[in-house]
Design a protein around this ligand. Structure first.
Ligand SMILES: Nc1ncnc2c1ncn2[C@@H]1O[C@H](COP(=O)(O)OP(=O)(O)OP(=O)(O)O)[C@@H](O)[C@H]1O
Ligand SMILES: [Mg+2]
Length: 412
């Protein structure tokens, strides 16, 4: 096992902190050789509210991953997701006068640097500049422009930006837990990478990852990202609704949700009676499963309608021939597929992460789409260089481009 093939992902979720140790074999297949997890304390809606608690959660998950893998962990790729993250689809071009020129890596780097300079603002940090396509001499659309002759190259990119303060806080907390950050990956980008099939990415598909504190959305069409966004609502809010409505502790509400929960109240066939003990009371009272499911349905309905509104505003609602793919822990809710179908009126499937082997008993669950996706997104660049920290924005962006080009090479 060559050390340079080892890749670590740290998925700092609102509900759980997961650390995976991955190893790429000679064919480039991702083999998960270590798994560590802890309950996250100190994150709400994707934002750090209690840094010291978060550090403890990271340390525990790292330590478990070290034990299961036998690998000593000092750096990782880390997820980022909160409602302050924004995207921009940007076009930039270079011209070479009347002469034609053979396009090479330098031209692409110049294009990416131009975008980086154009979008760099004091209050924002660029997380991703993901190439979508290139147009040569205003006519030929290509995915990999290198080697072609052209007097003008135009590139289209999906750029993801984070507010600098939330970015810096996250980086600092991870570093204070003893881990240096190799790169950040935005949740919707990661989840879409591990869950969607190439055909779905082409046809136009809406990916919805509903986690504990955030709902991450990605729209992919013609093979690339068109839209990414995070809504600060998820399964924790459903648990809180249950706790409030029935006046029970959050831990009990979570248990009821998992045991008796569904997404559609009409799906409750034989209404069961559930016994609960409200806070401050010594006596048990009875509630019906219908009431519980009704509470869950109301919040899920709100979340999915918020997503629908975003998609309508994006102009892509009529272009989703690949339908909707639901993932994240909340996608485990029985009948959520049916609820989403009623709201979106298009095909819906539940997506789990794919593209890896090892620990599949555990990882074959929608809640690990981000963790696996982070690794797959970074896969090619991690294969080509040692896992040393790369914090320079320029290198950051170039490595993503290299990864993109590697992927293209593998496709043909
Ligand atoms: N079987 C299930 N039925 C309903 N909800 C479930 C089920 N399993 C998990 N969940 C919910 O999924 C949520 C956790 O999902 P996930 O692990 O994807 O979140 P996370 O990655 O920690 O958070 P985030 O990405 O939002 O920061 C919790 O609210 C949990 O209650
Ligand atoms: Mg998550």
């Amino acid at each position: 096992m060559g050390k340079n093939k080892i890749i670590i992902s740290l998925d700092l979720g609102t509900d759980k902190t997961t650390v995976l140790v991955g190893d790429f074999d000679d064919t480039g297949e991702l083999n998960i050789i270590g798994f560590g997890e802890s309950k996250t304390e100190g994150i709400e809606k994707g934002l750090i509210v209690k840094p010291n608690n978060v550090i403890q959660s990271i340390k525990k998950a790292i330590s478990d991953a070290e034990t299961t893998s036998g690998v000593s962990i000092s750096s990782a790729i880390v997820n980022i997701s909160n409602s302050h993250i924004e995207f921009e689809n940007v076009t930039e071009f270079l011209t070479y006068g009347t002469n034609q020129k053979e396009i090479d890596d330098v031209d692409i780097s110049t294009l990416i640097e131009k975008i980086s300079e154009k979008l760099q603002q004091d209050q924002y940090k660029i997380i991703h500049i993901i190439p979508k396509r290139f147009i040569l001499d205003d006519v030929d659309e290509v995915i990999d422009p290198r080697g072609f002759l052209a007097s003008k190259i135009q590139g289209e990119f999906h750029v993801v930006l984070s507010k600098i303060n939330t970015y810096s806080n996250l980086k600092k907390v991870v570093e204070n837990s003893g881990i240096s950050v190799i790169d950040f990956v935005y949740n919707p980008v990661a989840s879409a990478t591990s869950v969607l099939y190439p055909e779905e990415k082409e046809m136009g598909t809406l990916l919805i990852d509903i986690g504990g504190g955030t709902t991450d959305i990605a729209i992919l069409k013609d093979g690339s990202f068109e839209f990414t966004k995070t809504i600060p609502l998820g399964g924790s809010r459903i648990t809180l609704d249950i706790a409030h409505r029935f006046r029970i502790p959050k831990s009990e509400a979570e248990e009821l949700k998992i045991t008796y929960g569904m997404a559609i109240s009409d799906a409750v066939a034989e209404d069961q009676v559930i016994e609960i003990t409200p806070i401050g009371s010594e006596e048990k009272i009875q509630i019906s499963q219908y009431e519980l499911v009704d509470t869950i349905e109301a919040r899920l309905d709100e979340i999915l309608n918020l997503v629908k509104k975003e998609v309508e505003q994006s102009g892509f609602i009529d272009k989703l021939n690949g339908g909707v793919v639901l993932t994240g822990g909340v996608a485990n809710t029985p009948y959520i597929k049916e609820l989403a179908y009623d709201i979106f009126n298009m095909d819906v499937r539940i997506g789990k992460p794919k593209g890896y082997i090892g620990f599949s008993d555990k990882l074959n669950n929608p809640k690990y789409s981000t963790s696996i996706g982070m690794m797959l997104f970074k896969k090619d660049s991690s294969l080509s260089k040692k896992m040393s920290p790369i914090n320079e924005p320029k290198n950051d962006i170039l490595s993503i481009f290299k990864s993109f080009i590697e992927k293209i090479k593998q496709t043909f």
